[in-house]
Write a protein that binds this ligand. Structure first.
Ligand SMILES: Nc1ncnc2c1ncn2[C@@H]1O[C@H](COP(=O)(O)OP(=O)(O)OP(=O)(O)O)[C@@H](O)[C@H]1O
Length: 251
């Protein structure tokens, strides 16, 4: 598969604190990479480096494709205050902003694309509603529309299980399966059940990064990376999650 970008020997963190050390990762077309690891292990930091929001202390990113429309991003906590005066349609359109710049207007085709996306994701009747009036699950559908409207080559999701409501969960992951036919997906999750069911490969981030070419990862392997897990139950389905534990890097 064609390579889209490569992280090479990345060491990154904040001020004097090293969070990631000597991380290598290649993202290819059609990848679906699950990022797992303990709290504070550096998953979000890794996403920031991939997105170009955090400059590494050392190492570099090699882009094998143009950076235009490279990323769609669904952050962990994208909620709006109910008083925020912006409509659902405007939120989705804003996903085209980096492509167009602030000063170029949106075209009729852009607006039609918004309508199509909202329709596809069950939000057809909500286009003119203020975003703040939606439920958490509805908001996330809208943010997903915003993340994919530019047809990015890589869709990045930070902990979707924290905001996808139960009604939307199965549908959400089948939507991701469909999207994965045309874009690569990088998804952070604490939920190993979700990871093993939907992703193709796994990167365990705990200061360093261990990459697995499959979605099967044994508890023994996780322990080797200092990532202990526990079996918990949400509703009636028991599943494994990562325990809180110390990071492996000493600063
Ligand atoms: N802006 C920041 N300034 C300083 N330190 C930060 C900043 N953001 C994160 N950190 C620290 O960097 C470390 C890694 O944080 P990061 O958010 O990448 O971890 P994570 O694996 O995503 O954690 P979680 O699973 O809890 O979301 C943590 O110790 C955190 O406190």
């Amino acid at each position: 598969m064609n390579e889209l970008l490569e992280l090479k020997g990345i060491t990154a963190g904040y001020e004097q604190t090293v969070v990631l050390r000597d991380v290598n990762l290649t993202i290819r077309e059609h990848d679906f990479i699950g990022i797992i690891g303990p709290n504070g292990g550096g998953k979000t930091t890794l996403l920031k480096v991939i997105l170009g929001l955090l400059k590494p202390f050392s190492g570099g990113i090699v882009y094998h494709v143009t950076k235009q429309s490279l990323f769609g991003y669904l952050p962990q906590n994208s909620r709006f205050d109910a008083r925020f005066p912006i409509s659902v349609k405007e939120v989705v359109l804003s996903g085209l902003m980096s492509e167009k710049g602030i000063f170029k207007g949106y075209t009729k085709a852009d607006r039609e694309k918004v309508d199509d996306l909202l329709e596809t994701y069950g939000m057809g009747g909500f286009g003119n509603r203020p975003i703040g009036e939606l439920s958490g699950g509805q908001m996330q559908r809208v943010f997903l529309c915003r993340a994919i409207i530019s047809s990015p080559k890589i869709l990045i999701l930070d902990e979707p299980s924290t905001y996808v409501d139960a009604n939307f969960e199965n549908e959400f992951y089948s939507v991701l399966g469909e999207l994965n036919k045309t874009m690569s997906i990088v998804m952070v999750s604490h939920d190993l059940g979700t990871i093993c069911s939907y992703v193709k490969t796994i990167a365990c981030v705990n200061g360093g990064l261990h990459y697995h070419e499959s979605n099967l990862i044994t508890p023994e392997q996780l322990k080797l990376y200092n990532c202990p897990i526990e079996l918990i139950s949400h509703g009636t389905v028991p599943h494994r999650v990562l325990l809180k534990h110390d990071r492996t890097i000493e600063n």
